[in-house]
Write a protein that binds this ligand. Sequence first.
Ligand SMILES: [Zn+2]
Length: 209
Amino acid sequence: MKILLIGPPASGKGTIGSLLSERLKIPVISVGKLLRSIDPRSPYYEGIKGSMDRGDLAPNNIVGKILEKRVQEKDCIRGFILDGWARQLSDLDFFNPGFDLVLLLKISAEISIRRIAGRRECKVDGSIFNIYSNPPKKPGICDLCGATLIQRDDDREEIVTKRLQNYEEKTVPSLDLFRKMGILTEVNGDKPPEDVFTDTVSALGIGND
Ligand SMILES: [Zn+2]
């Protein structure tokens, strides 16, 4: 079974992907992780690193080749769950394995912004808080070590808003295609992860055993 996960920033794709992976015993392939772990000796390394350093999407012709190779590995023999592809329609020109299912985790723009723009982290021990949903005991201070909490640059509200606009403009045409093909399943991702997973399992009809 070949599954594609799609959703706006902070829609919970990482969590749902790993729960699905456990349930279905097929690996999650995260394009972001794959690119970050690419071997510096790879002929693709320079091109990919350059675009990531500029904050651009990596060239999809190169990523397509890397994915093509990755899914031929043994662990993908029964399928895989792909996260981070078809972000723009043209991605599919370079890698299109014939997805059986496309899962769209829908969250409102408001929730996406709160989840990301509310995030604060401790540089010392890596603790992560959220000023809306999981605030520290003292505002701006890490519960664990007392260090000052910081907000990552790409978590700022104006940047999150831009990422959401990108998603709307570029990813929605892919969704329209999958909807026409009859393989798109939409799940509401505004709820807690365990509820989203239960909804996903029943929407995909993959049983609960
Ligand atoms: Zn800390």
